[in-house]
Design a protein around this ligand. Structure first.
Ligand SMILES: [Zn+2]
Length: 71
């Protein structure tokens, strides 16, 4: 959420600008932003699938047999 008054970039869920205390709720209503405060549960559930995808990409056993014993 970019403050229209002072230009301070704060979190979307802030109702007031932490720098100049401008009410950001009216601005958010104009932009139709429906952001909620992120929780610890959401944070870890986002990390899980991404980590699994990374492991699948770099797993050596994914190589075909003829590429591993071809030499
Ligand atoms: Zn501000």
């Amino acid at each position: 959420m970019l403050c229209p008054k002072c230009g301070f970039n704060s979190f979307e869920y802030n109702t007031n600008c932490p720098k100049c205390r401008k009410d950001l709720r009216s601005v958010r209503k104009q932009l139709s932003i429906t952001a909620t405060k992120p929780g610890a549960v959401n944070f870890f559930s986002l990390l899980g699938p991404a980590d699994e995808m990374l492991n699948q990409t770099i797993r050596p056993s994914a190589l075909p047999d003829n590429q591993r014993s071809g030499l």
